[in-house]
Design a protein around this ligand. Structure first.
Ligand code: DGL
Length: 273
């Protein structure tokens, strides 16, 4: 079988895509990954479609300065808004998070009552609902935008015991609790960083779908099915680029990934792309 040692590109508006990187590195430890987090322009989730498409094109143009074998859009907002555009414009596979998350939700739900939380743009797009209904037309989807979650996560306010995030989460999640959902799609890749806070609000019976991790699983399956893995069992590298201060990102990324990545983080002027 052909081997492909080129890196996988992954991007997000900021830290959230690290939920996909963490899963990807565990699933495929022999793959090289190049990550871009647009920390200078986060959040994307309250912006217009035009702006999101423009930013996403620049993010991809930067990543493609590396010779990549595939790109994972580890961002719910870009996946719900610009996946078609990016897939049509690029000669390498461009994979998003919506399909993998919808498949997981349809598989996990028992009652058919599925909750969805995401950015305003993702919820407004209806993309997750369409993907879930394509798999389970009888599913009842209750959707709730959570616009404060991304800025709070980017500020490092994601740990249990943090009164600010716990107060905001309790308010946002109340309609989903009232709807009696048994499965909750964390439709923004930042939200798995809030997994403990969200799980404490929703209770132990509600299954949480980690969109970043599901996207990584789907990407691994895709590469395997297309004979595009590196053939290495371990030793893959991860490089990270951000569009604003690398120190803050390096610190939070090191905590989240459980290893010091400071030396692997660089800064880029994304406006050039
Ligand atoms: N991680 C992005 C997402 O999945 C956050 C979007 C934002 O920057 O608002 O939607």
């Amino acid at each position: 079988m052909a081997l492909d040692t080129r890196p996988i590109g992954v991007f997000d508006s900021g830290l959230g895509g690290l939920t996909a990187v963490r899963a990807l590195c565990r699933l495929l430890p022999g793959e090289d990954v190049v990550y871009f987090g647009d920390t200078g322009r986060v959040p994307y989730g309250s912006r217009s479609r035009e702006t999101i498409v423009k930013y996403a094109r620049q993010d991809v143009a930067f990543l493609r300065t590396f010779d990549l074998k595939a790109i994972v859009i580890a961002c719910g907002t870009v996946s719900t808004t610009a996946l078609d555009v990016l897939a049509a414009e690029n000669p390498i596979p461009v994979l998003g998070v919506v399909g993998p998350a919808a498949r997981a939700a349809a598989r996990l739900t028992r009652s058919g009552r599925i909750g969805l939380i995401g950015t305003q743009t993702s919820v407004r797009s209806g993309a997750y609902e369409r993907a879930i209904h394509a798999l389970n037309p009888a599913a009842q989807v209750t959707a709730q935008p959570c616009p404060l979650f991304v800025p709070l996560v980017e500020s490092g306010r994601f740990r249990p015991g943090d009164i600010v995030i716990e107060t905001v989460a309790a308010e946002y999640l109340e309609p989903l609790r009232a709807a009696g959902v048994d499965t909750l799609v964390l439709g923004c890749t930042h939200y798995p960083l809030l997994e403990e806070v969200i799980a404490a609000c929703m209770g132990p019976e509600v299954r949480l779908v980690n969109t970043g991790a599901e996207a990584a699983l789907a990407a691994a399956d895709y590469l395997r099915a297309h004979g595009a893995l590196s053939g290495r069992a371990e030793g893959g590298s991860c490089r990270f680029f951000v569009s604003d201060r690398q120190e803050d990102f390096a610190c939070l990324a090191s905590t989240f990934l459980g290893r010091d990545v400071t030396e692997a983080v660089g800064q880029v002027d994304i406006g050039q792309y």
